[in-house]
Design a protein around this ligand. Sequence first.
Ligand SMILES: NC(=O)c1ccc[n+]([C@@H]2O[C@H](COP(=O)([O-])OP(=O)(O)OC[C@H]3O[C@@H](n4cnc5c(N)ncnc54)[C@H](O)[C@@H]3O)[C@@H](O)[C@H]2O)c1
Length: 310
Amino acid sequence: MRILVTGGAGFIGSHFVDRFIAEGHQVWVLDNLRSGSKANVHASATFVHLDLKDERLSQGIARIKPEAVFHLAAQIDVRISCGDPVFDATENILATLRLLEAGLANGMEFFAFASSGGAIYGEASGPQSESHVEAPLNPYGVAKLAVDKYLHAYNVQRGLKSASLRFSNVYGPRQGAKGEAGVVAVFCKRLRDGHAPCINGDGLQTRDFVYAPDLAEAASLVLQQRATGIFNLGTGRETTILDLAGRLCDSAGVDSLQIQHSPGLAGEQRRSVLDASKAQNLLGWRPRTSLEEGLRATYDWFRTHRQEEA
Ligand SMILES: NC(=O)c1ccc[n+]([C@@H]2O[C@H](COP(=O)([O-])OP(=O)(O)OC[C@H]3O[C@@H](n4cnc5c(N)ncnc54)[C@H](O)[C@@H]3O)[C@@H](O)[C@H]2O)c1
């Protein structure tokens, strides 16, 4: 198939690209390289250096004529979304609508969107399924939810088959470690550079860590089945940040007694965990990689890719 992956030079998108190439698809990557890197793009993919907001987007899509689009390009920083909601909505809602329109005008048959369980459901008291109340706490989450709703409307109005993939906390090789990026990447980078992890608060806050290549397998299943609707993609297991830091210290051969703490962040979610039974039952997906294996592979990647990192 002809597949376009937006954000395919970024962390998660590049794993999707690798998977699709391995399956024999013809893959294009559209990315403005704001947070992504060309080094992440598989040599067999065709790279298009373009911003989704660029007026040449329609022409670019007309040249590619993708049958399927996996849309991962986004403004991913929650703090930026709070400081500049207009910018966030322009990047995460309006640019998505432009992509949808350009795709539909050029024969796109299937669209999949990188949504976010953690940002949409808010505070968890246990694993959250797709029917859990949607209560985004910041503009980033509101934008993700808005696109999920638009996709439903496009399905009803225009017959577009699409899947909203609500990821939990994703980790793995190639994750950026700048600013407030994923905690696994931040801790790996600190350990690699000879510093112990520094935890915000007591470290008893929990997250559901899912390994990026496992999500790429879910993407492949969604494509094969043209699965339509909302799918939570997580492990259903909660890990405390303290446990995570200890495991990474073990991988790096650092004494976990050196773990540091800084004051907790105001408004930080205490618990986050997804129930992915729907993906398991309908797609036949389950995350294959144990946290231990995934963290080991991720730390190894950070150790051996020093020069490409922030
Ligand atoms: N990392 C997570 O834990 C997580 C969780 C839930 C959802 N998501 C979603 O998954 C997607 C991928 O996230 P990631 O962690 O791989 O982030 P990332 O920053 O590594 O990837 C995003 C990519 O999009 C590109 N991009 C950004 N704005 C663009 C624009 N206007 N035009 C073209 N390209 C643009 C960036 O250069 C980058 O390569 C995002 O939509 C994010 O919101 C991520």
